[in-house]
Structures are given as C-alpha cells and as structure tokens.
Unconditional design. Sequence first.
Length: 181
Amino acid sequence: MGVTTTTASRHTENLRIYVACLAAYNSGILHGAWIDATQEPWAIYDEVQAMLAASPIAGAEEWAIHDYEGFGGATIEEYTGFERVAELAAFIAEHGALGSAVLEHFCGDLEEAREAIEDRYHGCHTSLADYVQELTEDTTTIPESLRYYIDYQAMARDAELSGDFFTISTAWNEVHVFAGC
C-alpha cells in the first residue's frame, strides 16, 4: 500500500440531488427539482413523483438524476437508487467533511468508509508525526538520553509508506489518522 492523503474541502451542508423529468428533457424542456437527499428514500421518491406530476409533458413517468451537491468524492449516477442516495447523504451528514473525504478515499465504497471510521480511526492530530510521537511515548519508555535522537517524521513516513496508517486532511493542521488495511 502506498501513501494516500486526501484533502476534503467540499461543502457538505447542501446534500441534494437534481432529478429531471426525462419526457420534458427529451422534448427540449428543462423540468426538474432539487431534492434534499438527507430524507428517507420514500420521501425522495414522493418528491420525484410530485415533480413528474407537475411536468409540462402529460403522463411523464421517467426521471434521471442530472446533478448533485455536497457528496464530495461519492459518485451519484443517473439511475442511482434513492436508498443509496439517502445512505450516502446520511453518512456525510453524520460525519461532515471527514465522511465526505473518507468516501472519496474509498472511491465511494460506503461499507469501507463506515468500517474505517468505526474501527480504524485514531483521531485528529496536527500531523501523522505528532500521532506517531504520542503513540510511541505512550507505549514505550524512552531513555532521556535518546529522546532527542528519535525522528518522528521518518517514523510517520515509514508507517504511511508501509500501509500501517493512512491520513486524510480536512483543514490546515487537521490530519485524521486511520489504521491501514
């Protein structure tokens, strides 16, 4: 495993999808609605049905997701199910920028992202080197005469290169440390 660092700078307050009426779209008319994705799947479906009922094309039944906001690195396809949309939105709403960045790190794999946050998260630190220093000093008795010879930067680099840890940066001096796989 190699070094993987992701920076999350995406806005996660507006978790929403734009659902378009395909009958109108195919007729050259833009008709759709921005829908709050943090709702239950059935509530999203109900809003889509209301949008289709208001379509300028009578009897419109088909829809597609044409845009989305607030999902960071997670991909929402045209026909992503509302259950998946709601699950992704709930995860990001719960974990904020970190959840969005972890999803991006795992290429949208929600189960991997959940497992990383629940089981492998070691907290937020100013750097991986600071975490390695804290871990080392908490678990090892270091003779005073050797204390200043320890290179925590090198230890952190080696730990990341070996896959023991990976980091996700969400802001300046906000490095989230995770155990590797």
